[in-house]
Design a protein around this ligand. Structure first.
Ligand SMILES: [Zn+2]
Length: 95
């Protein structure tokens, strides 16, 4: 599992969480919940694709998490401020 890059806005830690509805699950990246590091406090949210927990194998679930981590890290590495202007998916900085 790739290490998640810190929040591009405040430099705080972000985390990946699991959620779901019925048999559908997905993971998302949001503000961190670390007890030892500075956590991100922004209104961040980046979701993975959804998968069915009954039919999706463990390896596939891991792949989905990995894809989300890679997408996040790629995004953070880009020239974010420029991209924010025309991408509504990025939430506003709340600090
Ligand atoms: Zn932040």
């Amino acid at each position: 599992m790739s290490e998640l890059k810190p929040c591009p806005f405040c430099g705080g830690e972000v985390s990946m969480s699991l959620t779901g509805r019925g048999s559908l699950n997905w993971v998302f990246i949001t503000r961190g919940n670390s007890k030892t590091k500075k956590n991100c406090k922004c209104r961040l949210f980046m979701e993975s694709e959804q998968y069915d927990i009954v039919t999706t194998h463990f390896e596939e679930r891991q792949k989905i998490r990995e894809n989300l981590a890679e997408a996040w890290n790629r995004r953070v590495g880009d020239d974010l401020m420029e991209r924010m202007a025309d991408d509504g998916k990025w939430p506003h900085h709340s600090e």
